[in-house]
Design a protein around this ligand. Structure first.
Ligand code: NAD
Ligand code: GLY
Length: 367
């Protein structure tokens, strides 16, 4: 029997939508079916997730609908325009019209690609996100950012496109590899650091339960994360200001992901190292106590997450890649720092020298 634990709402006027969080929601056809209005649907998944969870999703869409299943190869390296074209080829061949609904079944890669495909197909068709990684459940499925990568930069080609609903079945986390769970927990910590000190303190105390996949602890972490994200997105859907705080550690992290080759460092791992750099810079600027940085490092180490960039990553590569970040405006790099635990600040006055001494200090230079 399914157990709905929480329903949140992302409040965006006529684009508002529910986020359902609970156990075995996929086994209950009502949750999905009520957000797939027409007689056609496209389920986009990958070759790891589809064998695990396609069956209940297909069943929930019922016999009456024409359903196309698009199974992508698994991996960040397939988050490309070529993959998008492959989706469109299938959907065109199966004659889907603009009443069709795209269902994204998978982690953040599937969600971002399928979401962008839904945004583009016939200038926009309905989208339902069914995230199956912790990272996708707490971050990428909520808020409407969709994209593919360019060889020169992550998520550089995309659109803001909100789903009609997000369906989070916490049961799917049972099959998630440990490394992926930990990468997702890095994004969970982010919410505490940028906006919610009580949540951060709770996470510090509850991390062993989360790493042990205790259902109630995970459901609470997902709910508190999505709640934080929903509030930020409702206040600034298209990142004209506040929403940039959701990118704590991401400017450094995206540079690591791009430099290492997409898929070698997991997104959450790169974000973990990036958050340490952002916190370190905050400490150097006298905004946050050094003891908090030491605590964060220790916590991430306990979670087997990286606390520094790859040792072979040279500062020049870092700075060059960071200069391409989407938060660069009028050639000024904007970074998210902390002015306290639970309070982020966006700065645009970080000098090249400050960055060099930060990266040097954490061993990012090999010479
Ligand atoms: P992912 O989609 O690559 O999934 C990680 C791995 O887990 C994959 O091998 C996947 O097949 C597998 N998997 C997924 N669900 C599983 C399950 N239940 N059981 C077993 N295996 C499962 O990676 P991710 O960490 O989910 O997402 C990272 C992507 O999300 C990046 O491309 C990142 O840029 C993007 N992202 C987007 C946003 C946004 O706002 N749109 C926010 C954060 C991250
Ligand atoms: N993950 C960053 C954002 O949604 O804005």
């Amino acid at each position: 029997m399914s157990l709905l634990m929480h329903t949140l709402h992302v409040d965006l006027g006529e684009r508002s939508y529910p986020v359902y969080i609970g156990r075995d929601l996929l086994a209950d056809p009502a949750f999905l079916a009520r957000h797939v209005a027409g007689s056609q649907a496209v389920i986009v998944s990958n070759d790891t997730v589809a064998p695990l969870y396609m069956e209940p999703v297909r069943a929930a869409l019922g016999d009456g609908r024409r359903v196309t299943e698009v199974i992508l190869p698994d991996g960040e390296q397939f988050k490309t325009l070529q993959t998008l074209e492959r989706i469109f080829d299938r959907v065109m061949r199966d004659n889907h019209d603009r009443t069709t609904t795209f269902v994204a079944l998978g982690g953040g890669v599937v969600g971002d690609v399928a979401g962008f495909a839904a945004a583009c197909y016939q200038r926009g068709v309905n989208l339902v996100q069914v995230p199956t990684t912790l990272l996708a459940q707490v971050d990428s499925s909520v808020g409407g950012k969709t994209a593919v990568n360019h060889p020169l930069g992550k998520n550089m080609i995309g659109a803001f496109y909100q789903p009609r609903a997000v369906l989070i079945d916490t049961n799917t986390l049972q099959t998630l590899p440990d490394r992926e769970l930990r990468a997702g927990l890095a994004e969970v910590l982010k919410y505490g650091l940028i906006a919610d000190e009580p949540f951060y303190r709770w996470l510090q105390a509850q991390m062993p339960r989360l790493l042990a996949r205790e259902e109630a602890a995970l459901a609470e972490a997902i709910e508190r994360s999505c709640n934080n994200k929903a509030q930020v997105v409702a206040a600034d859907e298209r990142e004209s200001g506040l929403r940039a705080i959701l990118n704590l550690g991401h400017t450094f992290g995206h540079a690591i992901e791009t430099a290492q080759g997409y898929g070698n460092w997991l997104h959450g791992e790169a974000v973990a190292a990036g958050m340490v750099l952002a916190m370190d810079l905050s400490v150097r600027r006298g905004l946050v106590a050094a003891a908090e940085l030491a605590d964060l490092r220790r916590l991430l180490q306990d979670m087997h997450l990286p606390v520094a960039p790859p040792p072979d990553m040279r500062a020049e590569a870092f700075l060059e890649l960071m200069a391409r970040d989407k938060k660069v405006l009028d050639t000024r790099l904007r970074l998210v720092l902390l002015r306290a635990i639970g309070a982020a600040v966006i700065v645009d006055d970080v000098s090249r020298q400050e960055l060099l001494s930060l990266l040097d200090g954490c061993g990012a230079f090999s010479s």
